[in-house]
Design a protein around this ligand. Structure first.
Ligand code: 6PG
Length: 467
């Protein structure tokens, strides 16, 4: 039997950083990689930390170097590579061993893998890891799914390497099977919306007010000292201040305006819809990335589709408050999706704990998350964050600014899909009597789908086609 407490398969950027983080915390860590030639340079990079790393070139040696029950973390591309690795490792493993997928996996795949391994004695854990390379190396936020047995093995190591918020490790066993990957997916959905809201305000200042990158960066730098304090606002301020050494122009002005996406934002929207929810601010962000990829069409359309001549934009304080309102609504939508999934899959997610482990280490870490954690610990009327006393008060203060900003953007002809969708949701939620009565009447008229009357229970039909 080996002595390494955990093994990492996959020495790419994230795998290497996590292995070094574990080694630094005094945890003996077995390492291997599909291409064995990556191992030696990694050990050189590890320097003195290599004393806590146990390298192997074959899977057999890797497995043999681990203490039992074994804990193996895959840091490999999600999808079929994970299935292939499970199949290769299965014959080498025994009762009580745990396989962990630390990638951004589709939680449906994670649930399938957990079900496939049921009864084999092996455990499968989907673990969301946030914070990029820097986080993985010095303290990520981790959202762990799977069994209590696996968590017992992993907990001391995960807590040792996790980011800390006032000493509290930003890692939790959020629920069984796919819960960890689901929570990470929603984290990324919020990440998309958070980034998009920032980009929309950047667009208003650049295209509406004619500000240059450095000036906008300086404003974001100011904002991060207040209630908008967050990692994403901080890096935005920094990014906007960087100059291209070759041309002397702001770096951001030289970057092609087509955004990539690997899928987690889209998954959040898809899963929300499947759960009968709708995270519209996140959907606005996914849509904006998709539209951004139609670069050629936008170029043509810009000369063909007229818009307004421009309009006066709100002042900086109004934009700041508008961003805060939109961020609150985005997070509220994300947590609503988590609550719906928890109910659907019987996960008993502790939403306050999820907010707590997002306060440090992860990409969406922000001052707002600490406030959210507090509100989620208290009573949530109708399961909605926006109805908690703390957030009702914050929204009462900031929604007028969001409304002013959205109106101004629309009058100026500048796109704000996430800001506008967030406001649309807020206004829909305020309507005690909405307009779905008419939709129901239409459905019944053309398809006899039935409706419920307000003055008596049970489904009925309308007197539409009488003569
Ligand atoms: C994180 C990030 C990380 C990754 C995103 C990027 O939490 O550390 O979310 O997982 O940067 O998946 O996603 P896109 O490529 O889809 O923007």
């Amino acid at each position: 039997m080996g002595e390494a407490r955990i093994g990492i398969y996959g020495l790419g950027t994230m795998g290497s950083a996590l292995a070094l983080n574990l080694a630094e915390k005094g945890i003996r860590t077995a390492v291997t990689n599909q291409e064995p030639e990556w191992i030696a340079p990694f050990l050189t990079e590890a320097g003195p930390l290599a004393a806590n790393l146990v390298p192997s070139e074959t899977l057999e040696d890797f497995v043999a170097s681990l203490a039992t029950p074994r804990t193996i973390l895959f840091m490999i591309p999600s999808g079929t590579p994970v299935d292939a690795m499970i199949e290769r490792l299965r014959p080498l493993l025994g009762e009580g061993d745990t396989l962990i997928d630390g990638g951004n996996a589709d939680f449906n795949d994670t649930r399938r893998r957990v079900a496939d391994l049921e009864g084999t004695g092996l455990h499968f854990v989907g673990m969301g890891v946030s914070g990029g390379e820097e986080g993985a190396r010095h303290g990520p936020s981790m959202m762990v799914g799977g069994t209590d047995h696996s968590w017992t093995q992993l907990q001391p190591m995960a807590e040792a390497i996790a980011a800390k918020f006032n000493g509290d490790p930003c890692v939790a066993h959020v629920g069984p099977d796919g819960a960890g990957h689901f929570v990470k997916t929603v984290h990324n959905g919020i990440e998309y919306a958070d980034m998009q809201i920032i980009a929309e305000v950047y667009g208003l200042l650049r295209d509406g007010a004619g500000w240059d990158a450095a000036r906008i960066g300086a404003l974001f730098g100011e904002w991060r000292k207040g209630p908008l304090d967050s990692f994403l606002v901080e890096i935005t301020a920094e990014v906007l201040g960087v100059t291209d050494p070759e041309t002397g122009r702001p770096m951001v002005d030289l970057i092609l305006d087509t955004a990539g996406q690997k899928g987690t934002g889209r998954w959040t929207v898809i899963e929300a819809l499947k759960l009968g929810q709708s995270a519209t601010a996140i959907e606005g962000a996914v849509a904006a990335r998709s539209w951004s990829s139609e670069k050629a069409a936008r170029g043509v359309a810009s000369g063909m589709l007229p818009g307004p001549d421009g309009a006066e934009l709100p002042d900086e304080a109004t934009l700041e408050a508008a961003m805060l309102a939109a961020r609150i609504l985005t997070h509220a939508q994300g947590f609503r999706v988590l609550a719906a999934a928890s109910e659907e899959f019987g996960w008993s997610l502790d939403l306050a704990r999820i907010a707590e482990i997002w306060r440090a280490g992860c990409i969406i870490r922000s001052a707002l998350l600490d406030d959210l954690a507090g509100a989620l610990r208290g009573e949530m009327p109708e399961g909605h964050l926006i109805l908690t006393p703390a957030f009702r008060a914050k929204l009462a203060e900031t929604i007028p600014a969001l409304r002013t900003t959205v109106i101004a953007a629309m009058q100026a002809g500048l796109p704000v899909p996430s800001l506008a969708s967030a406001l649309g949701w807020y206004d829909a939620m305020r309507q005690a009597t909405g307009t779905a009565n008419l939709v129901q009447a239409q459905r019944d008229f053309f398809g006899a789908h039935g409706f419920v009357r307000t003055d008596r229970p049970g489904a009925t039909h309308g007197p539409w086609h009488k003569g």
